[in-house]
Design a protein around this ligand. Sequence first.
Ligand SMILES: Nc1ncnc2c1ncn2[C@@H]1O[C@H](COP(=O)(O)OP(=O)(O)OP(=O)(O)O)[C@@H](O)[C@H]1O
Ligand SMILES: [Mg+2]
Length: 749
Amino acid sequence: MRRSAAPSQLQGNPFKKPKFIPPARSNPSVNEEITKQNSDIKLLEVAASKNTFLQSQNDPRICSFNLPTEESAREINHGDNYREKCLEASAMRTLDPHHTDSLVMLRPDNNHQWMFNRNCFPIVDVVVDPHLVYHLRPHQKEGIIFLYECVMGMRVNGRCGAILADEMGLGKTLQCISLIWTLQCQGPYGGKPVIKKTLIVTPGSLVNNWRKEFQKWLGRERIKVFTVDQDHKVDEFAKSPFYSVLIISYEMLLRSLDQIKSIKFDLLICDEGHRLKNSAIKTTTALISLSCEKRIILTGTPVQNDLQEFFALIDFVNPGILGSLSSYRKIYEEPIIISRQPSASEEEKELGERRAAELTCLTGLFILRRTQEVINKYLPPKIENVVFCRPGALQIELYRKLLNSQAVRFCLQGLLENSSHLICTGALKKLCNHPCLLFSSVKEKEHSSTWDENEERHLYEGLISVFPADYNPLTVTEDESGKLQVLSKLLAAVHELRPAEKVVLVSNYTKTLDILQEVCKRHGYACTRLDGQTPISQRQQIVDGFNSKYSSDFIFLLSSKAGGVGLNLIGGSHLILYDIDWNPATDIQAMSRVWRDGQKHPVHIYRLLTTGTIEEKIYQRQISKQGLSGAVVDLTKTSEHIQFSVEELKNLFTLHENSHCVTHDLLDCECTGENRTGDSLEKFPISRNCQLGPQQQKSNSLKPLSMSQLKQWKHFSGDQLNLTDPFLTRIRENVSFFFQNITNQTTSI
Ligand SMILES: Nc1ncnc2c1ncn2[C@@H]1O[C@H](COP(=O)(O)OP(=O)(O)OP(=O)(O)O)[C@@H](O)[C@H]1O
Ligand SMILES: [Mg+2]
């Protein structure tokens, strides 16, 4: 597997070295890859040089020579070594078309020159710094070319926006850094830099990750980045000529909007930008108000799930391109939605499909999405397990009691307010994590002044009597929770069998994390923690500490809601999802934190579910058609957005005490749970939740599984005797059923 250090770690001071000598050239596998990548690039170069010949000889504003004059070169040269080298490289390529060590951008066409080269500068090739090119994956090279063409207005006349919607872990950060560095040094017209200042807006927990990525790929010297925090205000950036990149969180952006507006930014990047899909919300309005034309949205979440949200994202990057919202609705949204209803006539279907194709065609020019498969080959094997844990005796008893409560009965009769079922489901979920969580909730509510009128009274009444009289929620007993027992054994197994490996332990609830932390402490496992309470300024430090090979931490406790998005936790190779979220995107996000570029060990993922309970139901919902077509496949959707029919609620509020695995029962599988070996997953593409229709349904990588896919996973009951997985063997006693899937399998895992 190819593992190479970042250029910054290899280079030292770039300005002192006239030539970049790749450090790992002696490594044959690296060479092999370079040769392969270079063949792709040749194609581009040919395209670029062909383009030169297409340039008009007649129009005085269109310049047909390639090399910058000495004068123009001097004008654009700010004493920067790399800029000099850009021009040299450009000249070399023109002289030697077979020079292949560079990534060259497309030259502007006549029209572009008409619009943007009024001063008639000579046309020069724009090349990406070979320091970076050496490390780029093929899909990243394509991505940079795409971003360049978009922000230069070469793809859609006069529009400079782009959406890079690559799936998680594909290196969207590096692609942007490469673009910024390229545009900051060069441009096609006389080599004059295209941008001076860039604004990057990102979730708080990623501000320092961006800084780190800049350093990783470019060192500290090439680009000066400024991160905004409590002690470093936007004003400082505005006053200094030193910095060219400002990195700020969405929250800080709102607070410092006036200062930001007073600075002229040439490029705006919104990381995890799916949050901009509602143009009514404050952040979006603030960002729209910035005058910068070159706008990029980065997101790992599919963007075509909802046509209205889609409009907002498109309209943000390329304002007005789809017309007004009302005309968009008429022309695209309505016919497309009508055509997808079962009652649609042939004509309506035809019209809807035509409009969907039109919309895809238009927006496809500036949206790029690649799926995780493109980097699978650079990653170690991934062993994913869904583990159905037997509930403890107290859990079962309490569960029955909750299901018999007045609140649940009212819910089923439709007698309660719309979202009251959430209180019931919330209680059941707590119980699955650990009975003590429920105990604490009841006690807390009992003592509150509103207890008597409280809806929760109908749910909790009589519950305390089920707990032992001397029950103490502070001394967490592992036996009381099926999942906690499994977790405890799993941690012991990893600790013993793979002492050099680490574990990321994820929950949606901080109170659950408290319990898990307590258990870790009890067993003497060193752990670190990141949740909503962790100050943003400390987050990157915590992540770096864990990822470092010198760290003594064995466990990273992560609250998925607080910090799942965008983090790299490659120091861990085992990830345990302790509880399940209604929204599959939250879980997928969390699971993607460890199986990423830079991971050295095979990755083991464990999703813990309590057999027969609401957790299985939520899982089924995640993987069934219903879950996919509902409103829950993107991160911003929470359980409040889900509406349930009474039938669904009935199912949700049923405890299946006699099944090894209700999910398996639903699969229509002939096996009896005796080690069914599934076929390769790749053969079973599933449909994507995309309102733009089937033409978008290309891949099946990072989205919830479907039932039929799950059936193809290896699956077996806990009683299965010949388990080969050493970790599963250790927990089988408490497990009624397993599903397992291995990606990138090699002989030893
Ligand atoms: N070409 C590469 N070679 C080695 N490592 C890489 C390469 N590209 C990216 N990486 C590393 O891969 C990790 C993931 O990259 P990054 O955080 O940019 O992903 P992302 O696309 O933003 O994902 P997410 O949607 O989860 O935020 C980072 O640690 C990054 O440094
Ligand atoms: Mg990212």
